[in-house]
Design a binder for this molecule. Structure first.
Ligand SMILES: *Cc1c(COP(=O)(O)O)cnc(C)c1O
Length: 217
């Protein structure tokens, strides 16, 4: 029995064809990713650049690799040749480095800005003014295309809090999209909250444990 295949196909059926499922494979071995790949799935998410790069080297080259974790500027160069979408653009300094490495590789790298919707202190991400500031400066970065927003809700049981945070993300997304046709991806929702995220307009969900099983960390 192939549980990964079963889980993935069930989720994709559930979310429908308008929502992209990024299978979050962090901490999981390439054998697990291969099982998902064999079902035709091509979008995988990782939160560490070194781990993602080692998996990129070991796996077929038609995989779309999504960087969803906090990024150290000095490691951008390792993923710049191949990364498909960066979800966690969260500073001007990082934008400059992604731009530099993209141009070096003669690429345009697509990025989402990480918007802080959670009130928990440890979460990375920018506030609304900082998001708008980066978008305003985007024309200075020929190697970057900003195509949407990413957000992580608080780790709480109270669905009302999560619902409110997703709505905050959707409001800012719509506001920017009004005057920016490139804006098309709203990355919100994980294993525990993806249904609520989709109700609130998400079109990309990042799902790990519900596909690959619990992580032991
Ligand atoms: C780990 C992670 C996920 C997936 O988490 P699950 O709860 O296992 O679905 C999604 N987004 C980010 C940013 C993550 O770090």
């Amino acid at each position: 029995m192939n549980l990964i295949k079963k889980n993935l196909e069930k989720i994709k059926k559930e979310v429908g064809s308008n929502v992209l499922v990024v299978a979050v494979s962090k901490t999981k071995p390439v054998t697990c990713i291969k099982k998902a790949y064999e079902t035709g799935h091509r979008d995988f998410g990782e939160n560490k650049i070194q781990e993602m790069t080692s998996k990129f080297n070991d796996l077929p080259k038609d995989i779309n690799w999504h960087m969803i974790g906090h990024i150290q500027t000095n490691k951008v160069k390792y993923m710049a040749p191949y990364v498909s979408l960066i979800h966690s653009l969260d500073s001007l300094k990082l934008a400059k480095e992604i731009n530099k490495q993209a141009l070096k590789n003669k690429r345009i790298i697509e990025c989402l800005i990480q918007f802080r919707i959670s009130t928990e202190e440890t979460k990375f991400g920018l506030n609304e003014d900082e998001v708008l500031e980066i978008i305003k400066l985007e024309n200075n970065f020929e190697g970057i295309r900003i195509i949407g927003l990413m957000g992580m809700a608080s780790f709480v049981d109270d669905q009302k809090i999560i619902d409110k945070e997703f709505k905050t993300l959707k409001v800012l997304f719509d506001k920017i999209r009004c005057s920016n046709k490139k804006f098309e991806i709203i990355s919100m929702g994980m294993t525990l909250d993806y249904n609520l995220a989709i109700k609130n307009g998400s079109n990309l969900v990042r799902i790990g444990s519900k596909i690959f099983g619990e992580r032991n960390v």
